[in-house]
Design a protein around this ligand. Structure first.
Ligand code: UDP
Ligand code: MG
Length: 318
């Protein structure tokens, strides 16, 4: 097999402080891999500006005109979020042409030296190579706990995703073509590449602190990501609700029978105002919660059925 054409996808949202260093560093990595004869000379970077409000796009335009062959880019009309930016990147490089592509964060928190391991794994015949972080030493206690909780809950609820894999991964052209067959608008990429079931390898990498600027993720955006992941890849919560309802139904019949039995044989029906109130609010709360879960799925169906475009691109530099 000849050396593959590699595309590196970089989602950027307000990354004016990082982007120039990142591009320079990644171009060095591409050059190094080319020198080692591991990738083709027309390999390139593909930056997706997720509607930045700062000067990110101006910097990208400048980097592109300095090196149009190796720096390509797309700009969204507004901020759509990291998953959409990644999806656009995957679609963009598939249109421009590549044999495999890697997505990496603009702050280079993920060790760019692992790109070589990714390419080696691809050449060994893997269609998907997942980057899994070695440890979470640099993270705060809150981030660590929520992250562990995220993977555990997701897997428990049936949205199978590998532990500690964020979106640092290589996928082959074949995987990109399969992606076209998935018309869903809110594609949860980690779940998707797992679901497809192509030959996959895990590569461990080191995590660095953010180069500059702040994390663009907050608690709400992570919750949205988790909810979308669950509702688009698992119906386990709906089943749990159904089973719960069934158990309660059986329970209430048993309690009813017991009440009749006591009334008939002992003339002693149970009383208790407090118990009634507690039961009422308990089941009221539980029902609302379950309705909320079902609502999440209805919302997912609603968004999908409208079939709005995943994102609107304003410009592409190719
Ligand atoms: N990002 C994006 N759109 C957003 C938020 C983030 O494209 O709405 C990009 C961001 O520029 C970065 C990557 O997603 O390249 C990961 O974001 P960040 O480093 O802020 O997240 P963290 O590493 O803290 O999880
Ligand atoms: Mg980061």
């Amino acid at each position: 097999m000849q050396t593959p054409r590699l595309a590196v996808i970089i989602p950027c949202y307000n990354e004016e402080l990082c982007i120039e260093t990142t591009v320079r560093r990644l171009l060095e990595v591409l050059q190094m891999l080319f020198d080692k004869n591991k990738i083709a000379s027309d390999s390139y970077l593909y930056l997706v500006d997720d509607g930045s409000a700062d000067s990110t796009w101006e910097i990208i335009e400048r980097l592109h005109s300095a090196n149009p062959e190796h720096v390509k880019a797309m700009k969204f009309v507004r901020n759509y979020g990291n998953q959409k930016a990644l999806t656009a990147g995957l679609e963009g490089v598939n249109n421009l042409g590549c044999d495999c592509c890697i997505s990496i964060d603009a702050d280079l928190q993920q060790d760019e030296n692992s790109i070589e391991d990714f390419v080696d794994a691809f050449m060994d015949g893997n269609d998907v190579v997942l980057g899994v972080r070695n440890d979470r030493k640099g993270d705060s206690f809150f981030k660590k706990t929520t992250a562990v909780l995220f993977y555990k809950v997701m897997n428990l609820l049936g949205a199978k995703i590998p532990m500690n894999h964020s979106d640092y991964r290589l996928v082959s052209k074949r995987a990109l073509d399969i992606m076209k067959l998935y018309p869903e608008k809110a594609l949860f990429l980690r779940g998707f590449f797992h679901e497809v079931g192509l030959k996959t390898k895990i590569v461990k990498f080191n995590v660095k602190p953010r180069m500059a600027g702040e994390s663009k993720f907050n608690f709400m955006s992570l919750m949205t990501l988790a909810l979308n992941g669950i509702t688009s890849f698992s119906v386990v919560p709906l089943r749990i609700i159904a089973v719960l309802g069934f158990i309660m139904f059986i329970g209430s019949i048993l309690v009813g029978l017991e009440t009749i039995f006591e009334k008939v044989f002992f003339n002693d029906s149970p009383n208790g105002y407090a118990t009634a109130i507690i039961m009422l609010s308990f089941f009221g709360g539980l029902q609302l919660f379950c309705l909320g879960v079902i609502g999440e799925y209805v919302g997912q169906v609603y968004r999908e059925v409208k079939a709005r475009p995943r994102y609107i691109a304003e410009k592409e530099l190719k």
